[in-house]
Design a protein around this ligand. Structure first.
Ligand SMILES: C[S@@+](CC[C@H](N)C(=O)[O-])C[C@H]1O[C@@H](n2cnc3c(N)ncnc32)[C@H](O)[C@@H]1O
Length: 187
């Protein structure tokens, strides 16, 4: 009996280790393939993003998507401030799991789906938010050109569209804790 329990316990531990290893390997693979690590936006950056969204006229029925939504903190803040039930996409399992926990625990309607944002159609959204890295922006700009409808705004934290002309740029302010520039575009 004791031996059986010991074997079950050891199997559970090995399984748990394998799951953790798989998550870590997946995260490393995502960083290598997509060139975008999971990094949380600093508080001051998030405040500025919300202010820019307010100025852009975001209201409860605005369709907002966060490409590379991480742990859902941006979607959660947008829902709290404007009542927007937003959608995000995240390819890395650990931040995606955090997002499930964060949004559901707080009873929020916004959802982060597990998957590659290159595979979704962006034509239904009025506001696209991204906190990604510069190497992916050229590919993403082509997707924006193909899919976004007239009037759609893009709020890009920390990277810019190589060929697009921003309607506004908010420069980083390290004193205030805002570490990256924010670029606003309108189709
Ligand atoms: C810098 S983090 C930003 C997280 C979140 N938006 C925030 O501001 O806190 C970028 C996220 O994009 C995700 N990502 C990168 N490429 C992706 C892709 N093609 N599809 C979905 N998620 C992606 C990464 O896994 C990472 O978690």
């Amino acid at each position: 009996m004791a031996l059986t329990l010991l074997i079950i316990l050891a199997s559970v531990l090995v399984l748990a280790e394998l799951v953790v290893l798989a998550v870590l390997l997946w995260a490393a693979a995502v960083n290598l393939i997509f060139w975008v690590p999971y990094v949380q936006m600093p508080e001051a950056g998030l405040r500025e993003v919300l202010e820019l969204m307010r100025q852009a006229g975001v209201v409860a029925d605005t369709k907002v998507v966060d490409l590379g939504a991480g742990d859902g903190q941006v979607l959660a803040a947008i829902e709290r401030q404007f009542g927007v039930v937003g959608v995000g996409y995240e390819i890395s399992p650990w931040p995606w799991l955090l997002a499930q926990w964060r949004l559901r625990r707080r009873g929020m309607g916004s959802r982060v789906h597990f998957g590659d944002f290159y595979r979704i159609d962006l034509s239904g959204y009025n506001v696209v938010f991204c906190f990604l890295t510069q190497p992916v922006m050229a590919g993403l700009e082509k997707k924006f050109d193909r899919e976004l409808r007239l009037g759609t705004r893009m709020v890009l934290y920390g990277s810019y569209l190589p060929n697009g002309k921003p309607v506004r740029v908010v420069r980083a302010d390290k004193v205030q804790g805002r570490l990256s520039d924010i670029y606003i575009y309108k189709v």
